[in-house]
Design a binder for this molecule. Sequence first.
Ligand SMILES: C[S@@+](CC[C@H](N)C(=O)[O-])C[C@H]1O[C@@H](n2cnc3c(N)ncnc32)[C@H](O)[C@@H]1O
Length: 245
Amino acid sequence: MKNKAFRLIASSLTLRKIAKPKRNITTGCQVDWRHHIIEQTEVSTNHLTPEIPLRLITRNCPLWHQKEDESVFKDPFWAFYWPGGQALTRFILDHPEVVRGRSVLDVGSGCGASAIAAVKSGASQVTANDIDLVAIEAIHLNCELNSVTIATSLDDLIGSQSRGNWEVVFLGDMFYDEEFTDRVHEWTRSLSGSSIFIGDPGRLFLANHPLKKELNLVHRVELPDSSKEENYGFTEGYVWEIVNR
Ligand SMILES: C[S@@+](CC[C@H](N)C(=O)[O-])C[C@H]1O[C@@H](n2cnc3c(N)ncnc32)[C@H](O)[C@@H]1O
């Protein structure tokens, strides 16, 4: 799993193969993801927002060292706290005025850190969205750890006609391939009434995309050593606001 974990967080990864609900072949029952998450992760504060403990797969977890096919999880992106998400969440905690009294959508929420930060910073309503069912379970567990409650959505909102009424939209480390960056860009153009913030460690798909011309840098932070090691040379995290739509 260690190699797998490193590959997962490489800048060129593709996140299309998202975990689907598995069935136990012998019983036909739904897998108890909550149980597996608790068993296979540890509570970590070794990141940029230690005031938000999170259940993550770390080097201390057996799964980190196991082979990919020994894992009950398929592509557990929720089990890592991505550098772009860390920078974005730090920004939310340091600038609560961005969300205070406002409705917030965290798209591709993963472990749920940015959504949790929004609740802690006084947002009026927060929805954590992820198309991975296991991520949604992990988000609920992380909410419990942090004594907050948030709504979750499993819908693929990106590209959907559903506009929602979110005053603030967060995108933490979502620019991992060109086609997906195009999709997200097009979708953000339809959210004309929302403030949109992006957390990113400098991935090329964002740096070289026309979207970059619409961005204003609002926060820059050095990544913790653990994150630098795991992310192939990324050393900083950036938070951008989309301003020129
Ligand atoms: C790189 S991870 C980032 C997670 C978190 N924002 C962070 O920074 O730690 C990307 C997340 O986006 C989710 N995802 C991928 N496509 C999505 C889509 N169309 N809508 C919502 N979530 C999506 C994945 O399941 C994964 O949890």
